[in-house]
Write a new protein. Sequence first.
Lengths: 291, 235
Amino acid sequence: MTVTNAVLQGVFLGAFYAVLACGLSIMFGVMRIINLAHGDVAVLGAYIVYVIVERTGVPAFVAFAVALPVMVLLGYVLQLTVLERSLKSGILTPLLATFGLSIVIQNLLQLVFSPDVRSLGGSAGSVTTASWQVTSGLSVSALGLLVLVVAVLLFAALQLFLSKTRAGWIMRATAEDADAAELAGIDSRSVYARATAIAVGIAALGGLFLGIRSVFDPVSGPTQLIFAFETVVIGGMGSLWGTLLGGIALGVAQTVGAQIHPQFAVMAGHLLFLAVLIVRFGGGRLVLRTA
Amino acid sequence: MTLLQVEALDCRYGLLQAVRGVSFDIAQGETLALIGANGAGKTTLLRAIAGAHRPATGRVWFAGADITHVPAHRRVELGIALVSEGRRLFPSLTVEENLRVASARRRGRWNVDTVLDVFPLLKPRRHMPAATLSGGEQQAVAIGRALMSNPRLLLLDEVSLGLAPVVVDAVYRSLGDVIGEGATVLLVEQDLTRALQVAGRVVCMLEGRVVLQGEAASLDRDRVVSAYFGLRRPA
């Protein structure tokens, strides 16, 4: 039963990774930007929720409803002011720009909040502690289930948006061929800004779950970025449902790895990530390029 | 009335100068063919008119306004639509979605239904991804997408490229309907005979310059051919 339980907990953990990775996947899929500040943006979202909770005493979920529009607006402005300019000068500049942004966010958070560790767990109500014992070795936590349900709803909503609405078609058209989209009368700048706004909003949701599940501090971002990045790669770059499945695969690998040895948890995830990289991009063989 | 005026336009790709001091204009309702060998600068000129290529110097006027610095998507709203070389559809979108993403700010007779009426071959393909269409069907979607914005000026870049002759005939028959309704058309065409048939006026480019222009009816074929290949420069 311990393995079954480990797999189940892995699915819950993986749903969290999928939420974290979703925004990363959108930005890569639409603009080919690898946002190295994505983890820090999620942590920034967690801090904004934390501040609202501290000041007003409302539950974390209510505070998130207030933080979300702030983060969405931030994403929109970020694209128009920083990323849009970096996109014009080649493929490496956005990477550098988001790397710089990552450092800026971390240091701003250090400055304002000190390096103390915080958590949103205490302000999220009974959902953090409630669980159901299915059998003796199998338990379902309310929080795990909540994250899984939210993740599935989120990906379903994005799927509907991209396949059923004109705004979604426009986003896919711009992702596939921005030049042709411009010639069809689509303002690609505004489409990009919307995509980043959505990505940053979803990153904030990931930050909320991070804060409720465990703890965060100003430099938590890069670790979250690594898990999110592995999720995107395992799931197939820029593929939406692949990202959800990739997150779950990573989560399961980590919890099953932890059954082998507690210290092996994160390493098991890394090994899965490497295996996927080798199989997908090496044609089944480990290819070492000389040129 | 002059609809489009191109004034001393220079276009560069880095050190390569693709268009050199080109000037010409198109009157409302006119059909003008741009001809010339590969690399003569026709596609670049069309992209500069559509706003997809920023010219180094020179001006583009449309309906009396200077649009040299207007971005491509705004020019679509003003009424300029380009059918790109190679069709450039959005492969994962269906035929209908490809049509409906195009700007619909301008009112006019074109919508999904009227486009499908002009290209009946697309009707059974309406809900299929563009990637699954044949070349001729894709070309019809590309033209349809341009029409969806109800353009005053339609720019067509090599619409017959890579298509079977029967399909080319069908595409041009449909275009005939569009042109017949008073649209202003600037088309790039490799097929000289067809260009001279469809267009009222012809502009021939060679190495980025206009080397010959005139009424299609008044130009004799030998002069066009020698301008086309640069055999001897016409005075």
